[in-house]
Design a protein around this ligand. Structure first.
Ligand code: ASP
Ligand code: MG
Length: 408
C-alpha cells in the first residue's frame, strides 16, 4: 500500500540562500519521517524573478514574450536543483523535475498561462521509487512544447494543481508569515492567527486584500477540495488550515467573524438619475461586460420619483474612459455620472455573518463610535462590506478588529 502524498510548497523567501534551503530540506525530512511521500514545489529564490525581468528590460523595452517565459522559468529551475542537492546531502533520495518533466500542461498564453491538465505519471514513478520529488513551480509547457509561466505568484497555483492531480492529503504552503491573520498585523498589532478557514472565507479574505495566497490557488483548492495549510517556513507553528471544517474547530453551527480586510485601491462610479424601469441595469452592466471591466460591488438604492442612482465599485487600475461613461448615461436616459477615487472598502468576513443580526449591529456601532460615515453597504452570506472614505480605512479596521475579534 502506498503512503499518502503530501505537497510542500516553499516560497521565494523560504529558500533565499543556502541556510534556508537546508532548513527547507529538514522540513521535508520531517514530513517523510511522518510517513508521507513528499512532493516539494519551489519558487525562485528571493527576488530572482524581479532581477531576471530587470535584466531583460535593460536589453529591450518589449522583449519577446516567449523568451521572457523561458528566462523566468530559470529561477525555479535553479531552486529545485539546489533543494535536491541539500536533500541528498541529508541522505534523502530526491530528484528535481521542471514543469515540463513533471507534466504540467498549460495553454499558450505566455506570462499568464492557465494549467490545463497534469500528466503526473513521471512524478508518481519517482515517488514510487522512494524519492522526494522537487518540482519547479510557476512553469509549465504547452502541447507544442513551449515553456510557459503562470503569472506572478503562480507557484502556489502549481502546488495546489499538483496536489489535486495526485490526490494529495494536503498542500502545505510554507512562507514568511505564520499563516493567515485576522487582519493586517502591520496595522493592528493584536492581529491573531486564524486556525481554520473555509475555502469561501479564504477567497473573500483574498478578494478583500489579504495577499497570503495566489487567488487562483484558492479557487483551484476549492474546486478540487484540496486542504491547504499556510504556515511559516522558519518557525514550527500550526499555521492556518483552509478546507472543510475539522472536528477540533468551532461548534457546528456557530457563526464566527474570521477577519477584517480593507481595500484602498478602488473607485466608485455612480450613474445618476436613471429612469426606474426594466433594462437599465442590463444596459449598464452589458456595456461594462463588453469592455471587460471587473466589478467588485453593485448598489442600487430605493427609487425616488421614478428615478434612481446605480453605483458600482471597480478596482482603481481598471480602464473606464469618460466616453464610455457618457455613452452609458445616454443609453439609459440618465442625468450624469460621478467618479470618486477617495473611497475604500472595509469588509468583515465569516461564513453566515449576514444571518447574525448582532454582527451587523456591532459593525455599525464600531464605525459610528469612530465617527466614520458609511457611504454604501453590501452584504452576502460571507461578507459585509462598507464603502467608507479612504482616510478612514485604518481607523475603521482597528475599530472593527477591537469590537468583533479582540473582544469577541
Ligand atoms: N517566482 C515567481 C514570482 O516571483 C512565482 C512565485 O514566486 O510564485 O512571481
Ligand atoms: Mg514569489
Amino acid at each position: 500500500l502506498n503512503a499518502p502524498v503530501w505537497i510542500q510548497k516553499f516560497g521565494g523567501t523560504s529558500i533565499a540562500g543556502p541556510e534556508r534551503i537546508k532548513g527547507a530540506a529538514l522540513r521535508i525530512r520531517e514530513r517523510v519521517r511522518s510517513g508521507r511521500r513528499v512532493v516539494a514545489v519551489v519558487s525562485a529564490m528571493g527576488d530572482t524573478t524581479d532581477r531576471l525581468l530587470e535584466l531583460a528590460a535593460q536589453l529591450s523595452a518589449s522583449p519577446p514574450r516567449r523568451e521572457l517565459d523561458v528566462l523566468l522559468s530559470a529561477g525555479e529551475v535553479q531552486s529545485m536543483a539546489l533543494l535536491v542537492i541539500a536533500l541528498e546531502e541529508l541522505g534523502l533520495p530526491a530528484v528535481s523535475l521542471t514543469g515540463w518533466q513533471g507534466g504540467i500542461l498549460t495553454d499558450n498564453r505566455f506570462s499568464e498561462a492557465r494549467i490545463q491538465r497534469i500528466e503526473g505519471g513521471r512524478i508518481e514513478r519517482e515517488l514510487n521509487g522512494g524519492r522526494v520529488v522537487v518540482v519547479a513551480g510557476f512553469q509549465g509547457v504547452t502541447d507544442d512544447e513551449e515553456i510557459t509561466t503562470l503569472g506572478r505568484g503562480g507557484s502556489d497555483t502549481s502546488a495546489v494543481a499538483i496536489a489535486a492531480a495526485l490526490g494529495a492529503e494536503c498542500c502545505e504552503i510554507l512562507t514568511d508569515v505564520p499563516g493567515v491573520t485576522t487582519t493586517d498585523p502591520r496595522l493592528v498589532p493584536h492581529a491573531q492567527l486564524i486556525e481554520e478557514l473555509s475555502f469561501d472565507e479564504m477567497l473573500e479574505m483574498a478578494a478583500a486584500g489579504a495577499k497570503v495566497l495566489h487567488d487562483r490557488a484558492v479557487d483551484l483548492a476549492r474546486r478540487y477540495q484540496v486542504p491547504i495549510i499556510v504556515a511559516s517556513a522558519r518557525e514550527n507553528g500550526p499555521g492556518t488550515r483552509i478546507g472543510p471544517p475539522t472536528e477540533k474547530g468551532d461548534s457546528m453551527e456557530s457563526v464566527v467573524v474570521r477577519g477584517i480586510s480593507q481595500e484602498p485601491a478602488v473607485r466608485k462610479v455612480s450613474i445618476l438619475q436613471v429612469p426606474d424601469r426594466p433594462g437599465v441595469a442590463a444596459h449598464i452592466f452589458g456595456c461594462l461586460g463588453r469592455h471587460g471591466v471587473r466589478i467588485r460591488l453593485v448598489v442600487q438604492a430605493q427609487s425616488h420619483a421614478g428615478h434612481n442612482d446605480i453605483t458600482f465599485i471597480i478596482p482603481d487600475d481598471e480602464e473606464l474612459p469618460e466616453k464610455l461613461l457618457e455613452e452609458m448615461v445616454q443609453g439609459v436616459g440618465g442625468n450624469s455620472f460621478l467618479v470618486e477615487d477617495n473611497v475604500g472598502l472595509l469588509s468583515v468576513i465569516g461564513e453566515g455573518i449576514a444571518r447574525e443580526p448582532a454582527v451587523a449591529a456591532a459593525i455599525f456601532a464600531a464605525l459610528s463610535e469612530e465617527g466614520i460615515n458609511i457611504d454604501l453597504i453590501s452584504s452576502s452570506n460571507l461578507v459585509i462590506t462598507c464603502v467608507v472614505p479612504q482616510d478612514a480605512l485604518d481607523r475603521g479596521t482597528r475599530a472593527l478588529h477591537r469590537r468583533l475579534i479582540e473582544s469577541g
